[in-house]
Design a protein around this ligand. Structure first.
Ligand code: SF4
Length: 632
């Protein structure tokens, strides 16, 4: 007889029998019941599961019991690994349901045997020490997964060897049958659960399928990142590095006249200098009148390259192909890159009501690039995902804005879904304190760093370091750090001083450490125990209205007669602030304080709305109320 969900999670149930110390939480059982119902009745399910609910078990149990093919997608590698290596094997063992599980990564994570062979045949010795180590590894690996490498190759090094689709002739390749990527994809075809990341999941949707095998149900954990990843999958980019990649691919297959390199180099330099004339690291393309002629010049160069390829695709091949069909496949792959760049230029110059083109300074190389993407992905997701998949589960510790999922549903295009907010089992009133700066501390004011610095110092003093100090901008981070660094007697590190993983390792292993960070440290980080007892947040994390995507989304709401501040800014800030807050309490024995240095939170109506959506920590008016609160 099949056990009910409550029995599986109950004191004598399958999980408790196999997992020592397992104790279900009420929110976890409720969540599992709802998801199972969604699977059985073909409904979408949205669940916000507060920290500690144990959401992965709550979706894995119904997923395995369903007997259907499931794609499970996560935003971070950390969660992907935890699911694949720990949670799924535990649930499989506990339920005694045999299941085939595969972790599938994007093509570029795998080694291409053909490229590897050719690079080695062309060069007697490796071009760098890294390359030599990759060669050694490539000769013995049985998975071809680059995560086996004990170091990260540079993008240029790895691009010469990866299984990227634009270089792959598929069945015409002599390694097709034992290709690392295709073997893995076949494995996924026969798996019951395929674990992927959001980048691959949404790219598959954007390409109309083909990267993932067909599936019955999709579970998206860390679903608060879904809109971002969907937008990214639909973003077309034109940059020095995308043009360089396109040319290098062409050179690998054809004897392309060198004159094209100089034409494109000149074209890209012209574009970059035109883009740099408008101040700012991210602005709408339409704000720059000089971009259009520079883009037109590049488009002409792309037409020239396309014509050359059509005329020379047989005679200029660098290696003989097995047959005409393979040569045609090579030509089509090469054309794909050229046409994609032409389309990007055309799309960027003709923004529609649905899409926006913007200029951005790349984080990777500091150079300007042109991007275009739809600013609203709801229609696309509604058609490509929610209308086509029997049941989609969206879950995260932070996807509700207050008690509602209206923000998420509108952004993602979810029309019908059952919903649940499963509160955290932690006793926030007992375990956490919330301090909000006095109303006159305003992050928009010029004297903010001077006003905030004494509060940061006092907080760190009371918590004896052990803190994340999180900022919404690098400039603000540097300003406040400069104001406090001489006066804080604890070891301080700044984001960027070492790679993220090492910085975290340093934090976890250093007594009384203080980390000043932005961006990626707001989420996905788990520091259990008293090494992290304080999270200081500089301001209410509203998205920047100067950001072209944000501005376009707000304008679109206003055009529909909605209040963009209420409908977009406030819910975005709530989700983000809850993420930052979520770093603090990770277990029932953690205790800590969140200090919000933005006095507007205490003085405004919208501030009250945002604070009301946070976990129910005990609010304190003065930092000296922390005396005796934290474990010493
Ligand atoms: S099938 Fe494609 S990816 Fe695989 S080895 Fe051949 S060319 Fe490379």
């Amino acid at each position: 007889m099949i056990e009910s969900i409550d029995t599986v999670f109950g004191p004598d149930g399958a999980l408790a029998r196999v997992l020592p110390g397992f104790e279900a939480r009420p929110g976890q059982v409720q969540m599992a019941q709802l998801i199972e119902r969604g699977f059985l009745e073909g409904m979408h399910t949205i669940v916000e599961a507060g920290t500690g609910v144990g959401k992965s078990f709550a979706y894995l149990v119904p997923a395995l019991r369903s007997g259907k093919k499931i794609v499970l997608s996560t935003g971070t590698i950390a969660l992907q690994e935890q699911l694949f290596q720990k949670d799924i094997p535990q649930i499989v063992k506990a339920l005694g349901i045999p299941a085939r599980v595969t972790l599938l990564k994007g093509r570029s994570h795998y080694l291409c045997k053909q490229k590897f062979e050719r690079v080695r045949a062309e060069r007697l010795i490796a071009s760098s020490a890294n390359m030599e180590r990759i060669w050694e590894w490539g000769a013995r690996t049985i998975t071809g997964d680059r995560s086996e490498l004990p170091f990260s190759p540079t993008a240029d090094e790895w691009e010469q060897l990866d299984a990227d689709a634009d270089d792959c002739v598929g069945e015409y390749c002599e390694h097709f049958r034992d290709c690392f990527f295709f073997k893995k994809r076949d494995e996924a075809k026969y798996a019951d659960i395929v674990v992927v990341n959001h980048a691959l999941f949404f790219l598959d949707l954007a390409m109309g399928g083909g990267l993932l095998p067909p599936y019955d149900f999709a579970v998206l954990d860390e679903a608060h990142q879904a809109e971002r990843w969907a937008t990214s999958a639909l973003t077309a980019t034109l940059s020095r590095s995308s043009i360089g990649r396109m040319l290098r691919k062409l050179h690998r297959s054809y004897d392309v006249p060198k004159s094209f390199d100089s034409t494109f180099d000149e074209g890209v330099r012209g574009l970059e200098s035109a883009l740099a004339r408008v101040p700012g690291d991210r602005y709408p393309l339409r704000a720059n009148d000089e971009a259009a002629p520079a883009l037109a010049k590049l488009r002409d160069a792309l037409y020239g390259l396309e014509n050359w390829l059509y005329a020379n695709w047989q005679s200029a091949l660098r290696r003989k192909t097995e047959n005409d069909a393979e040569a045609e496949r090579r030509r089509d792959l090469a054309l794909r890159g050229i046409l994609a760049h032409q389309a990007t230029i055309e799309r960027a110059q003709l923004p529609t009501d649905e899409a926006i083109a913007w200029v951005e300074r790349s984080d990777a190389d500091g150079r300007f690039e042109v991007n275009s993407a739809p600013f609203d992905v709801s229609d696309f997701l509604s058609a490509a995902l929610f209308d086509r998949t029997q049941s989609v589960v969206l879950t995260s510790a932070t996807i509700a804005d207050g008690d509602s999922f209206a923000f998420l549903r509108r952004n993602l295009g979810v029309h019908e879904a059952q919903e649940l907010v499963a509160p955290s089992p932690f006793d926030y009133a007992e375990q956490a304190r919330l301090f909000v700066a006095p109303p006159d501390v305003n992050p928009k004011a010029a004297d903010f760093a001077r006003r905030a610095a004494p509060l940061v110092e006092e907080c760190l003093d009371r918590t004896r370091g052990r803190a994340f100090v999180l900022f919404t901008s690098h400039a603000r981070l540097r300003e406040v750090h400069a104001a406090v660094r001489e006066r804080v007697p604890y070891p301080i590190r700044l984001q960027g001083q070492m790679p993220r993983a090492r910085l975290l390792e340093w934090f976890r292993s250093t007594p009384n450490a203080v980390l000043f960070a932005t961006g990626t440290f707001w989420e996905g980080i788990d520091v259990v125990g008293d090494r992290l007892s304080c999270v200081i947040i500089d301001r209410l994390p509203f998205p920047s209205p100067a950001d072209p995507l944000v501005a376009a989304r707000m304008q679109s709401l206003e055009a529909r007669g909605q209040d963009a501040f209420e409908g977009y800014m406030i819910p975005s800030a709530i989700v983000r602030l809850k993420q930052g807050f979520g770093r603090l309490i990770r277990s029932t024995s953690d205790r800590g304080v969140v200090a919000l240095l933005d006095g507007r939170a205490a003085a405004t109506k919208y501030g009250a709305t945002i604070l009301a959506a946070l976990p129910p920590a005990t609010r304190i008016q003065h930092l000296d109320e922390l005396t005796g609160f934290l474990h010493e």
